[in-house]
Design a binder for this molecule. Structure first.
Ligand SMILES: [Ca+2]
Length: 588
């Protein structure tokens, strides 16, 4: 009887494992849901069994596989079943083990404990090994349609039409700087004289959105002019290299599992603005935070940059090393020195390339948490260390602008300034609703400045635009009119707005969550959300559904006017559903 039972459990173990692999290969949300339900039922059966009869540790194996598998599957596929999916099976496992212990022979606790710990350790080891192997598999095998052919053909065309006299471009991308951190947009005690002066002699856009409320996806949009799902960049990238810190390593493994297509950076067949400009004859340099992958085809050097100095990740991730091109230059950078180091790097790049057209992408890691500032700046801002950090950045910006002026390059350099998403823990959203990682405007509406003598001077524009527009806009500014034709470019050239040729633009923009879910659409003054997590921390599990906002009279999205404009709402609802379907059917 006992032997027979054991065989049954062993068969169930193997079946569970096969089921996990099968479901993992299929990657369908509905299967994930069925699996979750089945695993919970089986878990309950095991709990009942543990009550009624003594179970051997090995008999708990199928359950460990199933429940652990639910968690893993849920993570790998990135479907929104968390909370329930991750909490309940783990709780059941704990209860079962407790019961198992309780059912042991009370007269020999030592032996019982030993058996229990042994069984648990064995299960954990096995599950961890299997899941780790599955993760590794994911990492090396992205499952996506290749756009390599169109990528090469487009860049070849640009190489043939190479121009040696284009204007320079300096694109500055801040990390987590809020809309309200710029005094021209909201009341703040942060003083950024050089940035303010830049805005006053250029165009300040009051309704400019990052393409995502989180770092990596937003940067993908900026680099390619495309929404994140087109590159399967559904969320933030975590290190794939070990930091030697077990907690960081587990975190990285965990978060990297969120990518359903095994993509861990910007794919090599994406066309970045740097690649296009490089093909057209530009010297290209990236400085600061890359955050679009940390190996192989994902690196800046493989994405059009001649030169890179900076980190592959955010300043709160480990390992936080600074690379010069592909080699580590500072294994553990002192974060108080970052502003100084990067300013010097940008200055040196300008000096080196002042005789030829260049594209400098200065992705400052500030004011991402934890903020830091160098000597001479700490304790000087009324806004605390956060303000010190930004004010030091601004001083560096002053040096960069002075350098451009001294070299006679200022009038021939397009300067663009923006942020990758709204403010995180500190910083100001300037009265807009929501913050980083939320699709309300506070999460995505960011400062945007464009300055060049050919653009409007000292003008503020309240027209919706997004960082996906920078790809076509920069290319157009540099005389490259033909965009890639083998793939959708979601952004549009906003140069006519910036030069004053037109003063409005019929605009449609889509909003995508920090985990890759398409949540809403903007059409001119209307913004519609099908469903979105509440930004109110006390009600974070609440989902808000079918919300229509009129941004022209309600800029902080406080009043749902779905019932007031039912036809408009319905049209946007249908359009959003269409877009979501198309994104699913043909993402790239
Ligand atoms: Ca960010």
């Amino acid at each position: 009887m006992r032997a027979k039972k054991r065989t049954r459990y062993e068969t169930l173990s193997v079946a569970s494992l096969l089921l996990i692999i099968l479901l993992f290969a299929a990657r369908k949300p509905i299967l994930s849901a069925i699996y979750l339900l089945a695993a919970c039922v089986i878990s309950i059966v095991f709990v009942v069994k543990a009550f009624r009869e003594r179970l051997e540790p090995r008999q708990l194996l199928p359950m460990a596989l199933l429940t652990g598998g639910v968690n893993l599957f849920d993570l790998l596929c990135g479907y929104d079943l968390n909370g329930f999916g991750q909490g309940l099976p783990a709780l059941l496992l704990a209860v079962t083990l407790g019961l198992f212990l309780w059912k042991q022979d009370k007269s020999n606790w030592k032996k019982a404990m030993k058996r229990c710990i042994g069984g648990f350790t064995a299960m954990a080891m096995l599950a961890a090994t299997v899941f780790f192997m599955m993760n590794v598999n994911v990492r090396v095998a992205p499952r996506v349609r290749s756009l390599r052919e169109g990528h090469d053909a487009y860049l070849d065309t640009l190489r043939r039409e190479r121009r040696a006299d284009g204007p320079n471009v300096l694109l500055i991308m801040m990390d987590d700087m809020g809309y309200g951190d710029l005094s021209l947009l909201a009341e703040t005690s942060i003083v950024l004289p050089h940035l303010e002066a830049l805005a006053q002699r250029g165009v300040l856009m009051e309704q400019f959105y990052s393409s995502n409320p989180a770092c990596s996806p937003s940067r993908f949009g900026c680099m390619t002019g495309r929404y994140q799902f087109r590159g399967h960049v559904s969320t933030v990238f975590f290190p794939t290299v070990s930091s030697g810190d077990i907690v960081s390593d587990i975190m990285s493994l965990f978060f990297n599992s969120l990518f359903p297509h095994g993509v861990q950076g910007i794919l090599g067949d994406e066309i970045t603005v740097a690649e296009a400009l490089h093909a057209a004859g530009y010297a290209t340099g990236a400085f600061g935070k890359w955050h679009l992958g940390d190996y192989g085809e994902y690196l800046p050097g493989a994405q059009g940059f001649d030169y890179f100095y900076g980190s592959h990740y955010s300043n709160d991730m480990k390992p936080y090393s600074y690379y010069r091109n592909d080699a580590i230059d500072r294994p553990a950078v002192d974060q108080r020195e970052i502003n100084r180091i990067l300013t010097d790097e940008v200055l040196a790049f300008i000096e080196e390339n002042k005789e030829q057209p260049f594209f400098a992408y200065y992705a400052s890691p500030w004011p991402h948490d934890p903020v830091s500032a160098g000597d001479g700046f700490r304790g000087t801002s009324k806004a605390g260390l956060y303000g010190d950090c930004l004010e030091e950045f601004d001083a560096g910006l002053g040096e960069i602008l002075a350098k451009l002026e001294a070299e006679g390059l200022l009038d021939n350099t397009l300067i663009l300034f923006t942020s990758d998403n709204g403010p995180w823990f500190d910083g100001s959203a300037g009265g807009l609703r929501g913050r980083k990682n939320n699709n309300f405007s506070g999460g995505q509406q960011v400062p945007f400045i464009a300055a060049h003598p050919s653009l409007l001077q000292g003008v503020r524009l309240n027209v919706p635009a997004m960082n996906i527009d920078l790809f076509p806009t920069i290319l157009a500014f540099c005389g490259i009119d033909a965009l890639p034709e083998d793939r959708p470019i979601d952004g549009v050239n906003i140069l006519p707005l910036l030069t004053g040729e037109i003063d409005s633009m019929d605009r449609e923009l889509f909003f995508i969550s920090g985990t890759g879910k398409i949540t809403g659409v903007l059409q001119n003054e209307y913004k519609y959300f099908e469903s979105m997590r509440s930004e109110n921390a006390a009600y974070i599990t609440t989902t808000l559904r079918k919300r229509l906002y009129r941004l022209d009279i309600d800029r902080n999205e406080s009043y749902n006017v779905y019932d007031l404009y039912p036809e408009q709402a319905r049209r946007m609802e249908i359009r959003l559903a269409e877009f979501i379907r198309a994104a699913k059917d043909s993402p790239r």
